[in-house]
Structure formats: structure tokens, C-alpha cells
Design a protein around this ligand. Structure first.
Ligand SMILES: C[S@@+](CC[C@H](N)C(=O)[O-])C[C@H]1O[C@@H](n2cnc3c(N)ncnc32)[C@H](O)[C@@H]1O
Length: 477
């Protein structure tokens, strides 16, 4: 009874979507239940294994994390979870659902694939509402709130200053508000014993909590086999394992037994782990857009961060002219150029006009090829060139040095224009941070500083390449 009261209190205290921002702290998120059960003990009680040197500890800037209390040799098992401990959509996907579950399945079907976290989020909310849930020791240890932008106040959403991310945030907020209506409609007049959330009201805020809990903690692992022998990815919440924080240089990795039907989830030490070091997993080679949207943090100097632009002929002509390139014809390509643009999916019936600068490629291959081809006049030379070479920055000046310099100069001009779209300069942002911006304001400012840094890094890289090419050209003379 006491437990059910506590549960009611926590669900009823869910924050509306836009008002959590001022209290969001990426460093110390409070847990759903302040004195929650010991997760390590629970995993061991359920038949799992936790290395004796693995402890949960507060990290300075990443919330809770796992830490080694003594040196752990490479290859050691760190955590093993038996099959019944991960939280999955479970029987709901195998078609053995009962009446309660079928309502969740119906709701889950209305969730677009890209918001897959909401599907498992429905199951998480159901377990959160269920008195005596098997997963309560895990759920009670989850953060009470998340620093993802769907919970930012309007001002901090604007503070992001980056249209593609604003678009994603708005899309998620709109989805949650619409989905709230769908859920309310489906739950209307249900008797408590038929109600998947124990009769409790579910709103956009609680749905947002569940979606963020899943997007920031779930791992997509092997599920059952398809008829073609490949495996379906199944998102799962892995209690305790999900206390590992992220690094691109991880010292631990998740290993899944191939025996899918009854597989254990395991984390092993990928390198030797020194005493007092955190246990770190790689969440994926993601841009800061995804780290912020799904996990609520930003990685400084993230080598996978990039900026998104729209491929647009008139815009490219303007950039090219600003770069001093004579009579570019991006907005009126010759038929042979148009043909190559179609092969790059930058023209044609359903083109994908989103292109990027930064990240591993520096200039996205499709954009680079388009710049090279549209700035070339020799059709034969272009047609003799392999498309993969045209898309590659490593292929040195495939259409000649003058063409390469013009392409890079146009890309640099694109960077200048993109940088000009940000209302503030990095120095102003840094000054705001030094004055003590906190919570979601700090996150938003860090995010836009990183985006601008990506652009500046691309400009530096391309400028260096232009200099190198120009000096080669001079040597030839
Ligand atoms: C899978 S959970 C890890 C456990 C989490 N720190 C906690 O307190 O429960 C992922 C969350 O940890 C935090 N986190 C993980 N890696 C981080 C990093 N490299 N920098 C900042 N925050 C990080 C973010 O809040 C993220 O949403």
C-alpha cells in the first residue's frame, strides 16, 4: 500500500513538457525514489554476476556511473545479466499478448519507427505504474528527469540556434502532444483491471519521461532471426549495464551470446581497467544532434559532429560567386551534369537534398562530387572519372587543380554563410558560459559552440588544402 502511494505520488508529480528546464542538471539527476534499492545486490539476487570491483559512484559531470575499485584485467567479465532481467517489449512482439498488452501493442503501432524509444517507453511506463513490478528495483533507480531538449524551455530551444535540431525537437514535442491525445482516447473509460497504467493518467510529460529514459539508456541488440538469417534489432533496457557512461575510447563492451532464445547480456573489459577508473561503453559514433536529442549531453570536439545544409542551386551559385568563382551554373546545370546529380540523388524524382559538412568525411561525398562536377566544363573528363573518386576527398583533384580549388573555395564560402546564420559568435557564447549559464541554457550554448567549431574546423581544413593545391600549381609553372 505504501509503495502504491509512493508510486502515485511520483507519477502525479511528472512535470509538464516545457517547465523542467530550469531544474535540469546534467550532473546530478535525482532518482525516481531517493533511497532506491541496491541495484548490484538485485542483479546478483536475480542470478546475475557483478565483478567484485565494480561499484556505482557519482561522476563529476555525467551523473551516476560504474567505477572499478581495483585494477581489472582485460577480458574479465564485468556484469552478466540473465535473460529475464533486461526490460524488453517482450511477449508483445511475439504475438502472445493478453488484453492489456494488446492495447499497448495498438498504441505502439502508432509510434513512427524513428521514435522507437517511445514503444519500449510504453512498456517502461506500464512497469513504473505496476505495484510490485519485477523491475521496480531498476525503475526506482532511474533519473527523475532528463536534460534532453524536449524538456527545455522555449528560450533554450531558441538558444540552440541550429535549425535542423530545432526541427527535430519540435517534431518530437508535437508527436508527444498528439500521442498524449491518442493514449487518452484509448484509455478513456477503461476499468482499472483493464488499464495498462493501473488507472493512472498518462500525459505528454510522462510519455516524454519514458521516451527519454529509453533513448538515453536502451541498447539495440539481437532479437529473433528473420527468414533471411539476419537478426531483428531489439531495443532493451539493461539494468546496471546502463549505468556505464559513454566514451569514444571505451574500456568495456557489451557481448551478447548467440543463443538468442535464452541469451545472457554480458559486459566485458575491453582493455585493462585501472583502479578508480570509470567503466565506459561507446554508445555509437553519433553527432552532437543525436547525443543531445537522445541522451541530453554534448561532446566537445566530437569527431562525428557535422552540420546539415540543404543542397540548393541558387544558394550554391551565391556561395561560389562570393568565393570568386567565375559564372558558376549550379542553378542551371547542363543535362550531363543533371544526370550525375541524379546519380548522387541530388536531383530527380525524390532527391535527398540534405548534405553535411564536418564529421569523418569533412565534406559529404555527394556534395563534394556535385561541387566538382558543376564547376567542371569538360564533360568527357568528368565522364571518364569514377563517381566514387568524385565523392572522395582523398582522391586528389580528380578533375584538375583549378576545379578542385574552385570546389573547395565554394565549400569554404558555404561555411562562411552557415556561420553567419548563427546570431552569436563563439566568443559571445563563451562569455555567457563564463558568467554562469546553467542547466539547459548551458547545454544549448555548448551545443551551438560545438556546431560553430565544426564549421571553423572544416574551413581551416579546406583552406589548408587550397594552399597546398595552389603551391603545387605554382611549382608546375
Ligand atoms: C546510459 S545512462 C548512464 C548512467 C547515467 N549517468 C545515470 O546517472 O544514470 C546515459 C546518461 O548518462 C549521461 N552520460 C553518459 N555519458 C556521458 C558523457 N560522456 N558526458 C556527459 N554525460 C554522459 C547522460 O546523462 C546520459 O543520458
Amino acid at each position: 500500500m505504501a509503495a502504491s502511494k509512493a508510486l502515485m505520488a511520483s507519477l502525479n508529480h511528472l512535470r509538464p513538457l516545457t517547465c523542467a528546464a530550469s531544474s535540469v542538471s546534467a550532473s546530478y539527476p535525482a532518482r525516481l525514489v531517493p533511497q532506491s534499492p541496491d541495484l548490484i545486490k538485485w542483479v546478483r539476487k536475480e542470478g546475475g554476476f557483478v565483478h567484485q570491483a565494480v561499484n556505482i559512484a557519482q561522476d563529476e559531470s555525467k551523473g551516476l556511473g560504474l567505477v572499478a575499485s581495483e585494477e581489472i584485467p582485460r577480458g574479465s567479465d564485468l556484469i552478466v545479466l540473465p535473460h529475464h532481467v533486461p526490460l524488453r517489449f517482450g511477449s508483445l512482439e511475439s504475438g502472445h499478448e493478453d488484453a492489456l498488452d494488446s492495447l499497448l501493442v495498438d498504441l505502439a503501432r502508432q509510434v513512427p519507427e524513428e521514435l522507437w524509444a517511445m514503444k519500449l517507453g510504453l512498456k517502461l511506463l506500464q512497469e513504473r505504474a505496476k505495484v510490485g513490478s519485477f523491475w521496480w528495483p531498476y525503475i526506482s533507480n532511474l533519473p527523475e528527469m532528463y536534460s534532453v531538449p524536449i524538456f527545455f524551455q522555449g528560450e533554450d530551444i531558441k538558444n540552440l540556434q541550429y535549425a535542423p535540431l530545432l526541427h527535430q525537437v519540435n517534431k518530437r514535442c508535437r508527436f508527444l502532444l498528439d500521442f498524449e491525445k491518442e493514449v487518452k482516447r484509448a484509455l478513456h473509460n477503461l476499468k482499472p483491471d483493464k488499464h495498462p497504467f493501473g488507472g493512472q493518467e498518462v500525459d505528454a510529460s510522462s510519455l516524454g519521461w519514458a521516451m527519454s529514459a529509453v533513448s538515453s539508456r536502451a541498447f539495440r541488440l539481437y532479437g529473433n532471426k528473420r527468414s533471411d538469417g539476419t537478426h531483428i534489432d531489439i531495443p532493451m533496457m539493461l539494468p546496471l549495464i546502463d549505468m556505464c557512461n559513454h566514451s569514444f575510447n571505451p574500456n568495456a563492451q557489451i557481448v551478447q551470446e548467440q543463443n538468442i532464445g535464452n541469451s545472457k547480456m554480458q559486459v566485458v573489459a575491453e582493455t585493462e581497467i585501472k583502479q578508480d577508473s570509470p567503466l565506459l561503453l561507446n554508445y555509437g559514433c553519433l553527432s552532437n544532434d543525436l547525443f543531445l536529442l537522445d541522451y541530453g549531453f554534448v561532446i566537445p570536439s566530437n569527431p562525428y559532429d557535422c552540420i546539415e545544409l540543404k543542397y540548393d542551386g541558387a544558394f550554391l551559385d551565391a556561395a561560389s560567386m562570393a568565393a570568386g568563382v567565375a559564372s558558376p551554373n549550379f542553378s542551371a546545370p547542363a543535362p550531363w551534369q543533371e544526370q550525375i546529380l541524379s546519380e548522387l540523388n541530388l536531383a530527380g524524382k525524390a532527391p535527398d537534398l540534405k548534405v553535411s559538412l564536418g564529421g569523418q568525411e569533412i565534406v559529404e561525398g555527394r556534395l563534394l562530387a556535385a561541387l566538382r562536377v558543376l564547376l567542371a566544363s569538360d564533360m568527357e573528363a568528368v565522364q571518364n572519372c569514377d563517381l566514387s573518386a568524385l565523392k572522395s576527398l582523398a582522391a586528389e583533384a580528380p578533375l584538375g587543380i583549378a576545379n578542385e580549388v574552385a570546389a573547395f573555395r565554394t565549400a569554404i564560402a558555404l561555411c562562411v554563410i552557415a556561420l553567419g546564420h548563427f546570431p552569436t559568435k563563439i566568443m559571445e557564447d563563451e562569455s555567457l558560459l563564463s558568467k554562469g549559464a546553467s542547466g539547459s541554457t548551458e547545454l544549448a550554448i555548448q551545443f551551438r559552440i560545438q556546431k560553430k567549431s565544426v564549421i571553423i574546423d572544416v574551413m581551416r581544413d579546406l583552406t589548408r588544402r587550397v594552399r597546398l593545391l595552389s603551391s603545387k600549381e605554382k611549382c608546375k609553372v
